[in-house]
Design a protein around this ligand. Structure first.
Ligand code: FAD
Length: 473
């Protein structure tokens, strides 16, 4: 007998509960990755995610190989593939770590039932969250829709079990089943637009652990203030590693607790950083309880919002996507996204606000673009982020509080360092002019577009649209 260890987005060997359970069985372990993007419809992984996955799987396969093991890669519907592997290997158990996307929950539930019907042990574990989304509820047993009480409830239930280190050896079967090479999955883009990514990213468990260690040493101290300034390296950049499960949130928690106990970081920085991970838990809580929200507003009143039809305004959407809106902080963010597969959180909020409020384009179009372009694209976090900015989600800022991108830029990128990095056409402007080059009139740099919208008039248009929506409700 043997055990199939089904890797999904838990691409690590430390703190991996399914792996721990597989080893405890005392039989050979056969690690498997099944490429089954169809199962994720309508949210099949985007281009940047696929690129990352290629590298992450490559790292995992190497980490398994040094432990005498092997990653078996297959393609096809997951249940058929697992059943075929069971037939070929005589495995009597399949273990995995849970995912929370609605389409995958439905698939995994079917798979578990089918395997059990066949007399196969099928077990799932939690590797991705501090707490399962269904373990946290309000006093009356309902899901939370507001972050602060959710966080208070979560903070009393933080996990404290010891972290399992990566095993030194993983028992191998006498014979390995056949598999594909990772290249055969064709995850990388044909045109290598992602080539800039890997100068700054190291996908895989070793890269994730190194990123955490360097953040704890250099970034956590001062996080609360530095996290809003995009030119500084004041954030962890752990998001793609967490999304792919190259590191687990329990490991991050433990590292922060250790630094805090050792007096290496101020309490307020540690607390603020843990709260951000709390938002990640909140996003998964919401996705679990409101599975329709990747496509539909959590606040049903927004069904009546008079958005502008994208088919009439495609040029505006394209300008936003390409970082050619003429609003420097927005263009800097959109170009950072294109070049690196990531964007700073403060700038994500600014670009999303411009799209959904000043341009009055439905948030789903922005969410789709992020989905394709982010290496950390995550259905729970992306949905929460977009609905929050658009004003239709949980705990959203009131719709009438509309970001002014120029004021945001002056406040959080005062010397224009971030803008200069990503919008080189503006590099020579003064610190005062760089946030709004159109104020220079005839002296505005050539080759940089004028603003796509008048910020004042479009703000009023958004407020009027909101008033109409409210009147319709
Ligand atoms: P840090 O500040 O170091 O935070 C640590 C971790 O906490 C992050 O890695 C992330 O896992 C979590 N976190 C931080 N902020 C949030 C948040 N607001 N919501 C949920 N989790 C959070 N995050 C994604 O991981 N995937 C997405 O697809 C995504 N889409 C977003 C879309 C919009 C419009 C907005 C406004 C935010 C989005 N976020 C998304 C949340 C946030 O911007 C990123 O998690 C963060 O910028 C990642 O950088 P970091 O790892 O350096 O964050």
């Amino acid at each position: 007998s043997a055990c199939l260890l089904w890797f999904r987005r838990d691409l690590r060997l430390s703190d991996n509960p399914a792996l721990t359970a597989a080893l405890a069985r005392g039989t050979p372990v056969i690690p498997v990755y099944i490429h089954d993007p169809e199962a994720e419809r309508p949210w099949t992984p985007g281009a940047a995610s696929r690129s990352w996955l290629h590298h992450s799987l490559t790292a995992l396969a190497a980490d398994l190989a040094v432990r005498g093991s092997c990653l078996i890669v297959r393609r096809g519907p997951a249940l058929d593939t697992l059943q075929a592997l069971i037939g070929e290997t005589g495995a009597n158990a399949v273990l995995w770590n849970r995912l929370y996307e609605p389409a995958l929950v439905a698939r995994d539930t079917r798979i578990k039932a089918a395997l059990k019907r066949d007399g196969i042990e099928a077990g799932s574990h939690n590797a991705a969250l501090w707490c399962e989304p269904w373990q946290i509820a309000t006093g009356s047993g309902a899901p939370f829709k507001v972050f602060t009480p959710f966080w208070r409830a979560l903070a009393t239930r933080l996990p404290d079990a010891p972290i399992q280190p990566a095993p030194e050896r993983i028992p191998a079967p006498r014979e390995w089943p056949a598999g594909l090479s990772i290249d055969e999955l064709a995850l990388r883009p044909q045109l290598a637009w992602d080539q800039g990514f890997y100068a700054i990213w190291q996908p895989g468990e070793a890269g994730a652990l190194a990123r955490l260690a360097s953040f704890i040493d250099d970034g956590l101290h001062g996080y609360r203030d530095a996290r809003d300034r995009p030119a500084e390296g004041g954030v962890s950049r752990l998001s793609p590693h967490l999304h792919f499960g190259e590191i687990g949130p329990r490991q991050v928690l433990r590292a922060v607790q250790r630094a805090r106990a050792g007096g290496e970081v101020p309490e307020r920085d540690a607390e603020h950083f843990l709260r951000e991970l709390g938002w990640r838990e909140f996003a998964h809580h919401l996705l679990h309880h409101f599975p329709e929200t990747p496509d539909a507003p959590l606040n049903p009143g927004f069904a009546a919002m008079p958005w502008r039809a994208v088919r009439d305004h495609e040029a505006e959407l394209r300008a936003w996507q390409r970082g050619r809106t003429g609003i420097p902080i927005v263009d800097a963010g959109m170009r950072e996204l294109w070049a690196t597969g990531w964007m700073h959180n403060r700038v994500r909020m600014i670009v999303a606000s411009l799209l959904t409020k000043n341009l009055l384009i439905p948030w789903q179009h922005g969410a789709r673009w992020f989905w394709d372009a982010l290496v950390d694209a995550d259905l729970a976090n992306n949905t929460l982020g977009w609905q929050w900015v658009a004003g239709c989600g949980a705990d959203a800022a009131p719709y009438f509080r509309i970001f002014n991108p120029v004021l945001q830029s002056r406040k959080f990128d005062a010397t224009g360092r971030y803008i200069r990095r990503w919008v080189p056409e503006l590099a020579d402007l003064s610190d005062a002019a760089i946030h709004a080059p159109w104020t220079l009139g005839a002296d505005a740099p050539r080759g940089y577009p004028p603003p796509i919208v008048d910020l004042g008039a479009s703000r009023q248009r958004a407020l009027d649209a909101y008033a109409r929506m409210r009147a319709a409700g």
